[in-house]
Ligand binder design. Sequence first.
Ligand code: ACO
Length: 430
Amino acid sequence: MADTKNATLTFGDKSLNLPILKPTLGPDVVDIRKLYADGDLFTFDPGFTSTAACESSITYIDGDKGELLYRGYPIEQLANKSSYLEVCYLLLYGDLPNAAQLEDFNNRVTRHTMVHEQLHYFFRGFRRDSHPMATMVGVVGAMSAFYHDSLDINDPWQREVAAIRLIAKLPTIAAMAYKYSLGQPFVYPKNSLDYASNFLHMCFAVPCEEYVVQPALSKAMDRIMMLHADHEQNASTSTVRLAGSSGANPFACIAAGIACLWGPAHGGANQAALEQLREIGSVDRIPEFIRQAKDKSSGIRLMGFGHRVYKNYDPRAKVMKESADEVLDLMGIHNNPTLQVAKELERIALEDEYFVAKKLYPNVDFYSGIILEAMGFPTSMFTPIFAISRAVGWIAQWKEMIADPTLKIGRPRQLYIGPAQRDYVEIKGR
Ligand code: ACO
């Protein structure tokens, strides 16, 4: 039962009034913070399908409409008119920068792109065939051993320095992980290049010849970064928040976020999606694959499809699909079989009763791999590129949480279903 201000929960002979909180957008939220103290009850919501774990003013998703807003701005407008560093500023500070603010922010990020020289040696401890995400989890976690002057989370200036360092150095670290896997020398960042071009240069340049970044590819990379920059309380962001709620340093928290992102149900889906499209290989094999994806006992899901929040077309996937056509055209790749399979798979799935009834639509990962592959990246680099792009969202959410004076350590409760208390039995009696 709910009026506009309170919900009433009645159980046994008790009745509790639970305040209803009003968001700017989205469904009302029942405040159950006093439920345990006043009612001796927990709520049960594995997977947090109906639980708001925090207040936030950064990103809003309307899953039914297929709408994504960063600080109120629609993702489509940002993807067409803005740039990744401008979006970073928006996410971190709440408003779009003016020209002077953007230049200052650009300079600050650009001047932090190099990593401590000693960090180079850290890479050598990894096998050359390590997945770059494994290397990134380790190296980003190790940053807390190198940047002691930005570890005090109670000092707003140190938080700011850590934020800039992470945004600036993650592309360098991801590119180093890639170069290390190839056995090629690391390429130092180049301050004359913009953020996306600098990343492409660090990945694809070699010391023995000049590498010129194609502006159109750098624009496409910048757009991929914008589309991935934040996505409210997804699994990796919630991981960063939970890690940070204990007072852990920002580098450790972002390393935790990277570890969570790696899973195939989350950021790892971009690699899995492209591998699946390649495995299907040709349009005539789609019906058989769709049959398997609908059969739970096959253990196969259509990767890059479905989303916890979107029950409509993911707006990021729409932009990504357009970008895929543009990039492949630019690279002179015509009739790409993977893109053909993807488009036909999407067409068939969107007409299939199973996918329609479950409201499963392409998500951001469905087309991103096709673009990254055309740019020359191996599939193992897809999730690291997601991590670079999402770092700003993790940091903005972490900063928002730390600055909140009501911050509490995140500590869920449980529905215990193990044995009740029993007495220890000596080994000979068991
Ligand atoms: N292929 C086939 N069936 C699917 C798919 C899929 N991709 N996704 C969901 N379903 C089915 C489930 O089997 C389930 O069926 P049921 O109701 O009969 O049991 C129903 O749809 C709901 O699925 P859940 O797994 O309960 O939904 P949830 O919200 O927990 O999961 C998730 C969302 C993890 C994204 C899921 O859709 C999935 O596994 N997709 C494939 C992986 C993927 O693309 N992940 C990227 C997500 S976006 C991102 O992180 C950037």
